[in-house]
Design a protein around this ligand. Structure first.
Ligand SMILES: [Zn+2]
Ligand SMILES: [Zn+2]
Ligand SMILES: [Zn+2]
Length: 391
């Protein structure tokens, strides 16, 4: 991290921020060529397009690593783009579909964040100045390069940033990267370790609004004795689970980030227990810890769970990992975890390093980011685990 806003003069910091907000990418006066890019949430209820001045492309995209983005999305960063001044979403049907979107107010921010109330896709929001900031994953084709990293100090173990840097940032040239690190929010607040009544350790997962909150235990002897479930225990350490990065477009559109970190955990070990198929909303309302969980069927085998208040991605339940109801294995969104050691929860999981799911699909969508992440993750894995661990 060669540069941070701390220690810079205020005018330099303001100039950097202005670049990050794509202020220099506004449409030129007079006639100019534009290109139109379509975008929509996963279920299609929220759809729009933007007309971008061709001369302004590519725009600078950003990754915000702050804890608000992590806990309100379930990912390791929000990955978005600030539309240049004057560029507004052209909503399908003409008006912003407010009745199809839920809004979430974040304390200290002047305007809310929106997400689709049916599928949970993050839609983003606009600042007090009216400039929209949206997840890039909503768009059908790429028109950005990630050049801005917000709040890097809030991920002391590197999080997504540590995996990306050797690849993407290096290929971009470090001098082109803007580090946005303006205030006290840029720090990691370590969670207290948690224990169950019997003294055994627990790992908490909680969305930003706190509406969904549950804990995960270490693998038990019963799990290790189960011929199906034992495959989901780390092969190198029987006290840990497995984790992987998912680059599929469905996860991207739904979560607000091009990559989702998932931890695989048997459904029956979660405390409190979550019902089969993630349950129905009426059930959750009676059972407070999952009180705000909403579900959405994203494809025939896959059901998603997201928080209906803050929009965070929480679960993916897939029929592919459910030989019987008692053996269902859920994906838990790792941006929600409160591991004391850091966002990568390395005391709790072994990572499938260098082998993100759906990387080939993602290359066709954003090659620079995908190649950088896969390579950075692979190198990190070799350093961390040596060549021997196959997860
Ligand atoms: Zn939707
Ligand atoms: Zn943030
Ligand atoms: Zn929530």
């Amino acid at each position: 991290m060669s540069q941070s806003v701390a220690g810079m003069s205020e005018s330099t910091a303001t100039a950097l921020l202005s670049k990050g907000l794509n202020h220099d990418k506004a449409a030129p006066s007079g006639p100019h060529e534009t290109t139109k890019v379509a975008a929509q949430c996963h279920c299609g209820a929220v759809a729009f397009s933007v007309s971008l001045p061709v001369a302004s492309l590519p725009l600078r995209g950003y990754l915000c690593h702050c804890s608000i983005c992590r806990h309100a999305q379930g990912t390791y960063a929000r990955m978005g783009v600030v539309l240049p001044p004057g560029v507004k979403p052209d909503w399908a049907g003409g008006l912003m579909p407010s009745n199809k979107m839920a809004s979430y107010e974040i304390p200290g921010r002047p305007t809310p964040q929106f997400f689709c109330s049916t599928c949970g896709s993050t839609i983003g929001g606009h600042g007090a100045d009216g400039q929209w900031s949206m997840p890039v994953s909503l768009f059908d084709s790429s028109f950005w390069e990630f050049r801005v990293h917000g709040f890097p100090k809030s991920v002391p173990d590197g999080g997504l940033l540590g995996w990306l840097l050797p690849g993407a940032a290096a290929s971009a040239g470090a001098e082109e990267i803007i580090w946005y690190s303006p205030n006290h929010m840029d720090s990691f607040v370590a969670a207290e370790p948690e224990r169950a009544a019997d003294g055994t350790e627990r790992l908490r997962a909680e969305c930003h609004c706190g509406g969904v909150s549950f804990t995960i235990p270490r693998p038990s002897q019963a799990v290790l004795d189960d011929t199906y479930l034992r495959d989901y225990v780390s092969p190198s350490d029987p006290t840990k689970w497995k984790a992987f990065l998912d680059l599929c477009r469905d996860c991207g559109r739904l979560s607000g980030a091009n990559v989702v970190p998932w931890m695989l955990v048997p459904r029956v070990v979660l405390e409190p227990p979550v019902p089969a198929d993630l349950g129905r909303e009426e059930q959750h309302q009676q059972q407070r810890p999952y009180g705000t969980l909403k579900t959405y069927k994203s494809s025939a085998p896959n059901t998603r769970g997201f928080c209906g208040v803050c929009g965070a991605t929480v679960f993916l339940a897939t029929k592919h990992r459910e030989p019987t109801a008692a053996q269902a294995v859920l994906n838990v969104a790792m941006g929600l975890l409160r591991a004391p050691e850091g966002v990568k929860a390395e005391d709790w999981v072994t990572w499938r390093a260098g082998k993100p799911a759906w990387a080939e699909d993602a290359k066709g969508y954003d090659e620079e980011f995908t190649v950088g992440l896969v390579e950075g993750h692979r190198r990190w894995g070799v350093e961390k685990y040596g060549g021997g661990v196959r997860v």
